[in-house]
Design a protein around this ligand. Structure first.
Ligand code: ADP
Ligand code: MG
Length: 542
């Protein structure tokens, strides 16, 4: 019979725990990293609280993490002196799933059926990962607030959990992992030491393992590239970005002028927004001389770079800069501009040196670049150069850039022509293309729903105007076509007839030498929204 609990888990948590507990995911040790990272987060929050709050419980206690292993009792205990949790927070944080992405996670799990090992690896499950190794977890916690009470939260990871009061809690959290059969290795010092070695130096608080201090705080981003192995980069990324896989790109640089900067930026492997997991939060932390100023500053980089993770450290920031004043600081704006440029340069290099790897990046993250084109005027040209698309001169599935288009075009061609549509097939079966094809003019294809919006925001590329090939005002050279032409009189008659018949629906009818095979094409008048835009407007009821 199952035991009665004072609290039951939210349905989603039960589902998640079921997956975690029965998962064949082999990399069980990640739960240690999750718990240490939570301890480190809680300590970081405590450090910030101490700057603004006077009434802190046990205010003299050192900010640190203590880990103990007990082979006999088969337990692993992780203790921190961070902000801790009160009763309400225990219920909220360890009984529900606050992240909006969890539904998407669970759906993806179901989609993939039994082979869910991968998905755990891609998303991570935070605190609940403890139940991969534990059949019981106790969390003894007391909040930093002077008048709060201590509690013991306890669960077997099945249907629910209990919370009881205790007088014996210190500030912060003590998490006792009662290991399942077969998981006893996590109660041995050597095993835990091995796990901690990978990232404990990235934790900015002392870690003691069975009473011994084991880490020296290390700011990886301040070291020179040559001193860092790929594995160290990857571990740093996983630890600081709460990631479960290796990053796609690593960019590490330092500069002295015009600002002193040490930056370590990671481009993740996956774009979680593609999975419907909600908008990502900015994840590049701002440091000044190795001291954290803000873990998630939202003005440090443009919004469309919210997928980046990592650290930017600038000596030029005044150490006293507060999180509030940081947001408006001219210096931060300058950092923003400089780093964005550097990152785009980096992508240009990557695109050139490893085009296939870039194509994969583009498939997942191209949306952000397009968002940048529409919202960041100062980076537009660089971003436009990073766009990739099929065209009337590429094979299906092969892409080009505007630079390649310009190379292929005749020198005197002043415009870059493009069409937007639902797919390559849709564009090619329309009436607009033939006039351009017949004249040897290349037309770029843009087939994503956002593209119309993006192209509307992008007037030119390196002096060449970007022109939609369905615009009426485009002047194309006359070319010889087969068949006989209508005489002047006859064509005037036909025009009059069409204008009368269609008067409600069109602005005017003109004869033109533009078409090759099609008898007529509907063109967009100058300054009028084009077909896609009209469809969008119609769908909004306008
Ligand atoms: P995440 O860390 O991504 O928020 P977790 O599942 O790891 O997700 O943790 C859930 C929440 O529980 C945290 O956001 C935090 O509020 C709380 N929490 C977990 N561990 C601790 C701890 N050691 N001290 C204080 N709060 C904690
Ligand atoms: Mg966590």
């Amino acid at each position: 019979a199952t035991k009665e609990h004072t609290h039951s888990f939210q349905a989603e948590v039960r589902q998640l725990l079921d997956i975690v507990i029965h998962s064949i995911y082999t990399d069980k040790e990640i739960f240690v990293r999750e718990l240490v990272s939570n301890a480190s987060d809680a300590l970081e929050k405590m450090r910030l609280k101490q700057l603004t709050e006077k009434d802190v419980f046990e205010s003299e206690r050192e900010l640190q993490i203590e880990i103990t292993t007990d082979e006999e009792a088969k337990t692993l205990t992780i203790t921190d002196s961070g902000i801790g949790m009160n009763h309400e927070e225990l219920v909220e944080n360890l009984g529900t799933i606050a992240h909006s992405g969890t539904k998407a996670f669970l759906e993806k799990m179901k989609e993939q059926g039994d082979s869910n090992a991968d998905v755990i690896g891609q998303f991570g499950v935070g605190f609940y990962s403890a139940f991969m190794a534990a059949d019981k977890v106790d969390v003894i916690s007391r909040s930093w607030e002077k008048d709060s009470e201590g509690h013991v939260w306890s669960s077997d990871g099945a249907s629910g959990y209990d919370i009881e009061s205790t007088d014996e809690a210190s500030r912060g959290c003590r998490i006792v992992i009662h290991l399942k059969e077969g998981m006893e290795e996590f109660a041995t010092e050597a095993r835990i030491k091995g796990i901690l070695e990978k990232y404990s130096n990235f934790v900015s608080f002392p870690i003691q393992l069975n009473g011994e201090h084991i880490n020296k705080v290390e700011a990886l981003w301040m070291k020179s590239k040559k001193e860092i192995t790929e594995e160290q980069y990857n571990e740093f990324y996983k630890f600081t970005a709460h990631a479960f896989d290796d990053p796609r790109y690593i960019m590490h640089f330092s500069a002295d002028a015009p600002l002193s900067i040490n930056a370590l930026l990671f481009t993740p492997n996956e774009n979680t927004e593609q999975f419907g997991m909600g908008q990502m939060e900015p994840g590049v932390a701002l440091y000044c001389r190795k001291v954290l100023i803000d873990a998630k500053p939202d003005k440090l980089l443009p919004e469309w770079l919210r997928f980046l993770r990592g650290v930017i450290d600038s000596e030029d920031l005044p150490l006293s800069i507060s999180r509030e004043s940081m947001q408006d600081s001219a210096l931060v704006q300058k950092l923003n501009g400089l780093i964005t440029k550097r990152y785009l340069k980096f992508l240009e290099r990557e695109a050139k040196n490893e085009p296939e790897k870039y194509a994969e990046f583009y498939q997942k993250f191209g949306r952000f670049l397009k968002e940048g084109i529409a919202t960041s005027f100062e980076h537009q040209e660089q971003l436009a150069g990073l766009l990739r698309f099929e065209s009337s001169m590429t094979d299906a599935g092969k892409t080009s850039s505007f630079a390649e288009y310009v190379d292929r075009a005749k020198e005197e061609q002043e415009n870059i022509y493009f069409l937007t549509g639902l797919s390559r097939e849709a564009i090619e079966s329309g009436p607009y293309l033939e006039a351009f094809k017949a004249r040897g003019l290349e037309v770029c294809y843009f087939t994503e729903p956002v593209d119309q919006y993006v192209m509307d925001a992008l007037p030119e590329f390196k002096g060449k105007k970007l022109v939609s090939a369905d615009r009426g005002e485009i002047e194309l050279d006359d070319i010889a076509t087969e068949g006989t032409e209508l005489g002047k009189k006859e064509s005037e008659k036909l025009i009059k007839f069409l204008e009368e018949e269609l008067s409600e629906r069109i602005a005017k009818v003109e004869s033109s030498g533009r078409l090759v095979d099609s008898p007529v094409a509907a063109l967009t008048p100058k300054d009028a929204p084009n077909a896609q835009m009209r469809a969008i407007m119609a769908s909004m009821g306008q």
